[in-house]
Ligand binder design. Structure first.
Ligand code: UDP
Length: 343
């Protein structure tokens, strides 16, 4: 199949490209390189035998998208391109609405103009906001009340897809789509070639591993007075390869006119202290920690009820051991202590 991957040079997009190429697909990899990296694209292209075309383009460039979809006879889209830092979205909301919401409008306009009728969208558990404790583990039916501009852009993406698909159905052009609501994506390519390289880095596992590498002097624990067994927040960490595997399963199962939404998580949570302890064991390092105040907007416990995708598609996460998730990230960080700049 010919597949457009937007945000292809980012953390999750690059892992998706690798998997799609392995499965024999042809990939048009689009990224504006605002946050993505050229290096993983070059690495994958070098052995793709012409099946990977990298394009340094923005999803808001609708004419360029149309041209790309036509020229490469694209049949399906995996839409990862987005900005994804919650704190930054509070400070620069328009940047987020421009990239994440206007970007989706532009992409759907290009799909409309060229007849592309299948799309898988990276949504987020942040669309649920702070669900009531009784709804954790969180099912897809949990009310979606995001509490950050980032979460709202993802929810708007879901609404855009549903409304566009409805219009297409009325016009007799069924459009199939799926919104995949990610929990905490973590780890790195199990073959060690691809990893996570954000700057600045804010996510817990890479922050802890940066501290283990000496790239920072320690880890701040954001809140130790939560109503959880050890007082720190609990999150559902899903390995990036499992996440990509779910995208492949969903894309393969989409039938004309489908509109699906699935949570992607392992279905259990680990606390901040459990993550730090596991990272100390994996890295054989004493990672210094500082107990600090809560970070605004962090709910105590967030983990998925992943039963729906398991029931519908038979998909479940394979890497559910926290140590293995951290080991995969650690292998990449050790080989690339300065991220992709390390070569
Ligand atoms: N966290 C922390 N220190 C850090 C980064 C994160 O204590 O330096 C906590 C954060 O408060 C949350 C959990 O780790 O409870 C996961 O945070 P992350 O930013 O990785 O993902 P989020 O759950 O916000 O999407």
């Amino acid at each position: 199949m010919n597949i457009l991957v937007t945000g292809a040079a980012g953390y999750i997009g690059s892992h998706a490209c690798k998997r799609l190429l392995k499965d024999g697909h042809s990939v048009v990899a689009l990224d504006n390189l605002l946050r993505g990296h050229r290096a993983p694209m070059d690495l994958l292209a070098a052995r793709a035998g012409g099946r990977l075309t990298f394009l340094d383009r923005d999803v808001n460039d609708t004419p360029a998208l149309e041209e790309v979809l036509k020229r490469h006879r694209v049949e399906s889209v995996m839409h990862f391109a987005a900005l994804a830092a919650v704190g930054e979205s509070v400070q620069q909301p328009l940047l987020y609405y421009r990239n994440n919401v206007a970007g989706m409008v532009s992409l759907l306009e290009a799909c409309d103009a060229t007849g592309v009728s299948r799309l898988v969208f990276s949504s987020s558990c942040s669309t649920y906001g702070q669900p009531p404790e009784r709804l954790v583990p969180i099912p897809e039916t949990c009310p979606q009340h995001p509490i950050s501009p980032y979460g709202r852009t993802k929810l708007m993406g879901e609404h855009l897809l549903a409304d566009y698909a409805h219009g297409q159905r009325l016009a007799g052009r069924p459009f199939a789509h799926a919104a995949l609501r990610y929990f905490n994506v973590a780890g790195a390519d199990l073959e060690g070639e691809l990893g996570e390289d954000h700057s600045p880095e804010t996510h817990l596992i890479p922050v802890v591993l940066h501290a283990a590498l000496g790239r920072r002097d320690g880890v701040d624990i954001f809140g130790v007075d939560y109503p959880t067994p050890d007082g720190t927040c609990i999150r559902d960490y899903i390995h990036v390869d499992d996440l990509v595997d779910a995208h492949v399963a969903v894309l393969g199962a989409l039938k004309p006119g489908d509109g699906l939404a699935f949570n992607l998580g392992i279905g259990r949570g680990f606390s901040v202290r459990q993550v730090i302890r596991a990272a100390c064991a994996v890295t054989r390092t004493e990672i210094p920690t500082r107990e600090g105040p809560r970070r605004p907007g962090d709910p105590p416990r967030l983990f998925a009820d992943p039963a729906a995708i398991q029931r519908t598609l038979g998909w479940s996460a394979k890497v559910t051991d926290l140590h293995r998730i951290i080991e995969s990230a650690w292998a990449w960080f050790r080989a690339h202590p300065n991220g992709y700049r390390s070569g």
